[in-house]
Design a protein around this ligand. Structure first.
Ligand code: Z5A
Length: 217
């Protein structure tokens, strides 16, 4: 049975395994005849990718949290209007590597702007537009960062400066707490036990989608 296209976001701390699982899910959805678009934030359009680069790779800019948030929402508006909504209108499922919940947690919670402030900006820019479902990849930050260290060791060219990863462990613990708090008792979220081998993470995602959207994956 075909269901209408869904917008699904993947959230969590660094090295949680989101990107890896998005590609496995893309394959599984395509295998049952569903059209899929994979995208990411910050980014997803020409303009939003330029903004991503400005945010992540220019230490000299010293963006404060409000400036980051406004840049992120400029990109997000572009992304939603030019890519996400048009795909959904063409019955293409959208798998998005991070979305507005990352702003709630990184800028609102961990950098102190407050979740209510971020919600106000969200409503002003995107009204009530939100994913149909959000997977929170639940993994202690130490474990996610260890995976990234291992990736950098095997592929040193990925060590380009990234202002978000250049934070101490305390910051990453706050991010983890922020996602825990945001997802708690929120029906849009499905909590994924991400600190498990790959082949034990995907079935959790497939099961949740099958239950919510009556698919057989
Ligand atoms: N940000 C923000 O502040 N506000 C916002 O509104 C938005 C974003 C939208 C984007 O980072 C940064 O922007 C992010 C928040 C901020 N902060 N940081 N840093 P990004 O897109 O560059 O990075 P990321 O989203 O955190 O992705 P990541 O670090 O690459 O992690 P991931 O996608 O969750 O994991 P992965 O790439 O799939 O896997 C990481 C490694 O682990 C890799 O080598 C895999 O092979 C390995 N892996 C994956 N799964 C497993 C399992 N199950 N077992 C063992 N190893 C595994």
């Amino acid at each position: 049975m075909k269901t209408s296209a869904k917008f699904i976001s993947f959230e969590g701390g660094e090295g949680a395994g989101k990107t890896t699982q998005i590609h496995l899910l893309e394959k599984a959805l395509k295998a049952v005849g569903i059209s899929v678009l994979v995208t990411r934030e910050p980014g997803g359009t020409v303009g939003a990718e330029l903004l991503r680069n400005i945010l992540q790779h220019h230490k000299e800019a010293h963006w404060d949290a409000i400036s980051q948030l406004l840049i992120l929402y400029a990109g997000r508006h572009d992304h939603v209007e030019k890519v996400i909504k048009p795909a959904l209108a063409r019955n293409i499922w959208v798998l998005c590597d991070r979305f507005a919940d990352s702003s709630m947690v990184y800028q609102g919670y961990a950098q102190g702007l407050g979740v209510e402030f971020v919600k106000t900006i969200h409503e002003a820019v995107l009204h009530n537009f939100q994913p149909d479902l959000t997977f929170f990849f639940d993994i202690p930050p130490e474990r996610g960062l260890k995976r990234l260290r291992e990736r950098y060791e095997s592929s040193p060219e990925s060590q380009k400066y990234d202002c978000f990863e250049d934070q101490n462990l305390e910051f990453h613990r706050k991010i983890y707490q922020g996602f825990k708090a945001l997802s708690h008792n929120n029906k849009r979220f499905v909590n994924i036990q991400a600190d498990l081998p790959l082949d034990q993470v995907s079935p959790q995602i497939f099961r949740a989608l099958s239950e919510r959207f009556h698919l057989t994956l």
